[in-house]
Structures are given as C-alpha cells and as structure tokens.
Design a binder for this molecule. Sequence first.
Ligand code: UDP
Ligand code: MN
Length: 372
Amino acid sequence: MPKTAFKLLLLFSFSSLTFFAVLLLHLKARNVPAAVPSSLVITRNNTSVNILAAAVRPNTTPTPGRPGGALGPCPDGPPNLLGSLYVEFRTNRTLQDVRNLVGPFLQQGGRYRPSSCVARQKVAVIIPFRNRYEHLTHWLHYVHPVLMRQQLDYGVYVINQDGDGAFNRAKLMNIGFVEALIEYDYDCFVFSDVDLVPIDDRNLYRCSDHPRHLSVAVDKFNFILPYATIFGGVSALSKQQFLKVNGFSNTFWGWGGEDDDMSQRISYRRMFISRPDSVTGRYKMIQHERDSHNDPNPRRVQKLTETYFNIIKDGLSTLSYTVREIRKDLLYTLVTVDVQADVDPDVSRSGLKPGSNSYKVSLLSPEEHFQD
Ligand code: UDP
Ligand code: MN
C-alpha cells in the first residue's frame, strides 16, 4: 500500500513538473521578440509611416558648430549646476514673462543646444497635455533653465489631446515619441507630467543604461517613493529602450495604470528601473483637482494582469492617430492630436471628430493659448 502511494506521489510530482516546464516554455516563446526592430510602421493621418526610416526626418536642423573650429563634447558632469532650487507656484506668470526670461536662448519650438560644446544626448521632452496652460507656464519657467544648465540638445513637445473624449496619457506619449522623431534624430525621450517641477538640477534629464524614473521624491508623497516599481510622473527611456518595450500601451483610457503597465513592460523585457537618489530626485507638484474626462479607469488593475501578453500587440506597433495641428511657440512645440477616443468600447464617445488627412503648421501668438 505505501508503495502504491509512493508511486502515485512520484507520478504526481513528475506531471506537475512537466506542466510547469511546458508553461514556462510557452510563456517564454510568447515573449521572445525582444530585439529592437529595424522598421516600425505606425498609422499617422491615415497613412502608414515607417518611423525608423531616415527619410521621415527632413534634415532641417543646422549642425552645431562655430566658424573656424569643431566643438568638443560637453563634459559628463555639467559644470554650472546649482543643486537644490527654490520653486513656488504662487506667482502669476504669463507665457510672455517666460518668453522674456528664457526666450533669448531658445530656437522656435522650444529647442536648445549648448553653444560651447556638443551635447552628450539629444533629448525630446514629451508632455502629455490638455487644458493645463497655467501649469505649463510654471513648468516652462522652471524647467527650461534647468535643461540649459544640463547642457542638453533638447526640444520640448507638448502633445495636446483634441476634443473632450477620455484622456489617454500613454497614447499621447507614444505620439510624442513619433512626432519628435519625425522632426529630429533624438536618442533619448523624457516623458513628464506638466505639473512636476524638479527642485534639484543635478537630476539630469538624460537616459541611462536602463529606463530611468526621475520623479522619485515628490512633495505630494512626502518626498518618499510610494512603491518600488513606480514609473509615473517623469521618466526617461532611450530610443532603443522605448522600441524594445514597444512604447506604452495605447489602451489605458482615463486615469491610472499606464505607468505600471510600462513598469511591467520594462521588467518583462529584462531591464531594470534606474533612479537618482532621493535628494537629487526631489520634485514639487502643482496642486490640482482631478480633471474632467479623466476619471479613474475601472479596468486599470485588471489590465495589469494582461501586460505580459499585450506588449507585442498593443503599443507603438499599433499606434494610430491624426495630427490636427503643429504650432511652434518659442517655448515649445504644440502638437494637437486626435487620439481616436472612440476605439475603446468602455469609454464614452464624446469629443469625437471626423478623421482628416491634412494638418497645419503655424506659429503661435502668445495670447492664443488662453482663448479656449
Ligand atoms: N493631463 C492633462 N490634462 C488632463 C489630464 C491629465 O494635461 O485633463 C496630463 C498632465 O500632464 C498631468 C498628467 O496628465 O500632469 C497626469 O494627470 P494627473 O495630474 O491628473 O495625475 P496625478 O499624477 O496628479 O494623479
Ligand atoms: Mn498631477
């Protein structure tokens, strides 16, 4: 009798081992294509565009340099940093105030590059946006000087969701990646909420060997990292890292979940989250109420159990949107986009507009922003 029991136990252990081995192999196989793709086709204005083809990038940016000599690379540690900064949001600032302050150093579209050396990285700063011009003004006032002191070759892209459909922060960031890349050969992408201002300029807006979470100590959370895998707020991924995870998911409508989904994409693609220390990584957040049409997504927790299987089929490779307008302000490039807020059946269809193939590029006058 004990012999039979032993045999049964042996059989049971063997079959469960086999089951788990097969399951592991199966999961691994589903997740294999971790290599960076050499071509990536997205749908922009109902047209397919391979965003990795050099042809999509008109060479409009003058090469840095000064007459009579090539510039050397900028030092790894920017020499003019100040350390901790005083930041407050009580002062009533206008865009024109900020233009007067930092405009003389910028090129149209919120572009900058150091004049004395060649920047180590070309950084696109992407801000997901709708109707937060007051926050944007504070952000531009404080962050432009920081990025200049950090000696970056950078551009600021405000990706403005058109209409009043459900907000989609992650899809706006995917769009920012594509729109910035169409304009210039950026190698690093910093994704930043409009209401987060760093209060230490040693927190470099650059990319590292692994995806980097920059907003580690926010005043709203008493300057403490709320949980170990957090990746929301401000984060930086190199072009290669972003391609490796297929960008963000496009299917998180409303508030929450998309940043944790990205955090999981990163670990499933065998990368880690790198962070500055909790003094360097301090931030102030501008206080605000929850916006309308950005209610917490009731599916956000459930969706996180699906990340593993969705990396390949939901992201940059399935991105589709229409550009309504590209406006060049001195302080930033404003890209207004239709994110097709009707595609998710869970979400109301408000704010929907018919698709269009045409879009405008125009220069922005200071007050136009505040008219809506
Ligand atoms: N956002 C926006 N308009 C909206 C909703 C969100 O511009 O109507 C952008 C903005 O950059 C904001 C970010 O999305 O900082 C994250 O949203 P929110 O600030 O509500 O999230 P929180 O982190 O404060 O919970
Ligand atoms: Mn916020």
